[in-house]
Write a new protein. Sequence first.
Lengths: 400, 353
Amino acid sequence: MSKGVAITGMGIISAIGNNVSENYKALIEGKKGVSKISKINTIHKDAIMVGEIDFTNAAFEDQLGLSADNNYSRTAMLGIVAAKEAIKDAGITDINKYSTGLISSTSVGGMDMTEQYYYEYLEKETHRKYIDSHHAGDSTQRIAEHLGIEESLVTTISTACSSAANAIMLGARLIKSGELDRVVVGGKDCLSKFTINGFKTLMILSDTYNTPFDENRKGLNLGEAAAYLVLESDKIVKAENKKVLAYVKGYANANDAFHQTASSENGDGATLAMEKALKVAGLHPSEIDYINAHGTATGNNDLSEGRAIGRVFGNDVPDFSSTKPYTGHTLAAAGAIEAVYSVLALQNNIVYPNLNFKTQMKEFDITPQTELKEKELQNVLSNSLGFGGNCSTVIFSKSQ
Amino acid sequence: MKKVYINSVASISAQKTFDNTQFLEDVCSYEEIVLPVVSPNYKDYIPAAAARRMAKGIKMGVVASKLALEEAELENVDAIITGTGMGCVRDSEKFVSAIIDNDEQYLTPTSFIQSTHNTVGGQIALGIGCKGYNFTYVHSSNSFESSLLDAKLMLQNNEANSILIGGVDELGTHTTKLHQVVNHIKTDIDNSLDVLKSNTEGAVFGEGANFFTLGNEKKDSVYAEVVGVKMYNTLKTPIKNLTEQFLSSQNIAIADIDLVILGNNGDVTFDANYDELTSSIFVSTQQAYYKHLCGEFNTASSFGFWLASKILKNQDLPKVTMLNDVNTSSFKYVLLYNQYRDQNHSFTLLRKC
């Protein structure tokens, strides 16, 4: 249990860019990807804003060279684009040279197609090919197929908005325990009427740009995205003389055990997750240089998470920000999106601004970083908090 | 590395399994192409008001987990790891149809909340106040095995001492219809117990919740030891060679296996791998099957795991599960193999304690 977990490749597609470099450029330029929805015909289109990816499904099919009779959900296509970039970035040409697994996550799976053809499936044969792609594991299987991962450990995690952080965590544990040499980890979710209406009924969608940790925050913007990281063992790094982007140093998952959807006011679960992750990493809170917060801009999340940060870091809270104003809340992909951003922060010694922040919250005196800041970073902590009280923290570090 | 024990079991299935003093003595047969569970009286375990609001999957999961915790005399665990192919699919159906039928208006959040895949794991944690690790795996026929592997790693490495794991899925009317139109479900069946003789396409579907407490210390209630679990997203090696590879990685010979439990579901298109095993390396080994009892669903293999655990503890193989009869009277090693539609294959190896 003493092995290192190196990140050797990353891939991403989100509302602020179709690859890692486009995402980084948007992050440092403060360019938001949140806008009015264009690809889903919802009655809420004037009442919500979303982080939507420009490409249509047809454009993705073209880009991926899929045949006309393919049955890929948008979730699967987003995932393949990001996972392929990660593999390329890691310089992998023969994926089966080492035992390689794939741990992916999603919350909507193939729901985009299910909701579109729900009744039609029974009447007409035309779109029945999509029935197979409904379940959450299907998009993961498609990614494995496109990466050439065969006869291996491939699985899917779905713990709502902490899903991708949990995929990273499992991947790291599989490498540490020697179960696999290499694991591709991450998450993907597309926009759907299902999630738009779901969050709408919970009354936590903002009708304008989301404003994390702001006293007057009105809720979240949903987003669609996918991101993957390649995790490799010391053995591969040494044998292949791999360039290491960063290390997965600590991780933990804890449960708030408070309410099915809401977080406890004092952030018990998030506090536990951060404390346990610091312990796994062998780091003192003062060694964390930046927190990429979950910061969804809902009343409940930011209060609970902010208090938890206060409980863990006391009077010495490091720079923190939420990048949700850029991308929207990308649900099961969020933990992977923010993992890529955390690694980019480490590589470039940059703290991202928490865009849209204006007014200090009354309940505590911690304030997010609102301007782009350059400083030497060693360790970045990323939080992902989800329904079912699911709280996850992953710590990324420059050194092992 | 620490050893991993199955300290307790609980099953809610299409058979009368929730009474753990019974072991498939009184078998239910069905003439339907979907097999609903024989429900326990949920109100004996969950306050009536709470039970009314809960999805069936939640009720099954909560009750099965309570039974498993009780048997192991545990009030809490260090982690809860759940497998489910579709989660509370009836609520997903309710929410999608409400969106379409009412043009995205007059919706309420309950079914959206319960449709979230980790809702069962979350509700169990909420019920017992478990603040530990809580994961949900949703990978088709490897959902339960993913939970098992995760728990095994954690217990072996002493990151946890007791873990609740389970597989849970519920039948949903619309989803059943969808699987019917693409022939994943058989058109009809005379007797569910004869499903392997059907010689037709598709399976008989089912639902259920099978929960277990695993620990790295043996309890008095112990059923078996988990020796190994391995998953494969696809198959390229012939199944008998892959089986041999798996067993040799565990330093076990084919001859050491006293019982092989297979996930045959009677789908003529996809049962070939099972047939290859029963007619080759395991031809003289005792063979058993179970999907004629519980139906096919994403976490049906958790019923197989329950069956294997009970056989190892009781040293008794129910006649209704026997695929052949080679007169085996003692069981030390049991191997499980499962797959669904030639994807997500898994081996699980258990040993008598």
